[in-house]
Design a protein around this ligand. Structure first.
Ligand code: AMP
Ligand code: MG
Length: 390
């Protein structure tokens, strides 16, 4: 049995960032930017008015002064001339500020009649001009790697970037194993149960950027498992669920090894999730998850999501942990890390009474996995503990 940290580091060593592809900006949201991207121009590309009003010389910004309106500047259509002392140009938001103008007096602060304006008494001190390049300059870069949020997509568009280099999404094959399993929506026989964590894992991994293929359920036989691995070919990551313990029907490790899997580790000192397996099968990494629904989901959070992020070129780091105060006391923990289903509210954390790894209702109510490290001593109410937010 190896520690959670060693298992995660071993998994990181099995994967590399995938190749880079260029995608249109409109399809880039949520993808991982693979290389820095530079702005193609200044923004704004010219000094721009930020209000509707009149462009004037700052020295004319004196209450009671009358100025002659000599033209108009609108967004998209500049005024070609120059603004001299005693003159004004009608200007609208987003329009280029004309030559000679150094101030925009807002329209609420003038009395306008025909071709003349008179500046009113005002306490306004902003020139309402955005200098060229106030947002960014040509050549300014967006750093990589990072996930492209809607904010970054807007910024890239503004930089006049219409296609971005992103890391290819990892292809993940998800193999559910178990003669007892049927898919949701099918008619289960009296001894059958519904494959559940399969769908939870698909949702979890799609959410961090993988492309998950749910393969047909494999019975606990050597031919069925062999066929399943056959179907998984071409994937970057093969994940099996179940069949990884030491029972007579737990054949996943044997079949994978017959097919050439090089085992990296088997069994991790954690609860739930002990019978976790990992290795390399051809070019693909393989992770064998335990079948119990909660175990598989917890291993998904602690191991598989970070592995997907690493394949996307993001940092090889564990899932973020936060801190909260215990709303209960605990006896000392044993030799395995315990990820307890828990709820955090107002900085106080409490584990659920029932911690059986088959209980999806409890997992569904949890918003945290409270971490008891191996050999953690007994804890009093109010002690600070680490947890993984769900
Ligand atoms: P195993 O790891 O195959 O021994 O499975 C442990 C428990 O998890 C058994 O009760 C299985 O029926 C159950 N199980 C295995 N795979 C799944 C799955 N994909 N969805 C829900 N339960 C499962
Ligand atoms: Mg099984």
């Amino acid at each position: 049995m190896i520690s959670v940290e060693d298992a995660l580091n071993t998994l990181f060593a099995l994967v590399d960032p995938l190749d880079v592809e260029l995608v249109p900006l409109r399809q880039a949201a949520g993808r991982v930017l693979a290389h820095p991207v530079a702005a193609n121009r200044d923004q704004p590309p010219f000094p721009a008015s930020s209000m509707d009003g009149y462009a004037i010389s700052e020295s004319d910004y004196v209450a009671g002064r009358s100025l002659k309106v000599i033209g108009e500047a609108a967004a998209g259509t500049r005024f070609e001339g120059t603004v001299d002392q005693g003159q004004a140009v009608r200007i609208f938001t987003g329009a280029p500020v004309p030559e000679g103008a150094t101030w925009v007096v807002i329209q609420e602060d003038v009395d306008a009649e025909q071709n003349q304006i008179t500046i009113r008494e005002t306490s306004e001190t902003s020139p309402y001009i955005r200098p060229a390049g106030t947002d960014f300059n040509a050549g300014q870069t967006l750093e990589a790697p990072q996930i492209l949020t809607p904010q970054l997509i807007a910024l890239l568009a503004s930089m006049n970037v219409d296609a971005v280099p992103v890391t290819r999404r990892p292809e993940v094959a998800l193999i559910s194993t178990g003669t007892e399993l049927v898919m949701p929506g099918e008619s289960p026989g009296p001894d059958q149960i519904i494959a559940s964590n399969t769908f939870g894992l698909k949702a979890m991994l799609d959410a961090v950027g993988a492309r998950v293929r749910v393969l047909p359920i494999a019975n606990d036989t050597i031919p069925a498992l062999t066929t399943a691995f056959e179907l998984a070919k071409g994937s970057d990551l093969i994940i099996t669920i179940g069949g990884a313990s030491v029972g007579d029907h737990d054949l996943v490790g044997d079949v994978a090894e017959t097919l050439g899997m090089e085992r990296a580790f088997y069994k991790v000192a954690m609860r739930p999730g002990k019978p976790l397996m990992a290795g390399k099968l051809g070019n693909a990494a393989m992770i064998g998850l335990p079948g119990n629904p909660v175990s598989a989901m917890v291993c998904g959070v602690i191991f598989v999501q970070p592995v997907i992020r690493a394949m996307l070129g993001l940092s090889k780091t564990p899932v973020p942990h936060a801190k909260a105060r215990l709303a209960q006391e605990f006896p000392a923990n044993g030799p395995r890390a315990h990820y307890m289903r828990a709820r955090v509210e107002d900085g106080q954390i409490k584990a659920f009474e029932r911690q059986d790894s088959a209980l999806l209702t409890v997992l569904a109510q949890a918003n945290a996995l409270l971490l008891r490290p191996p050999h953690d001593p007994a804890l009093q109410t109010g002690a600070e503990v680490a947890f993984v937010p769900l």
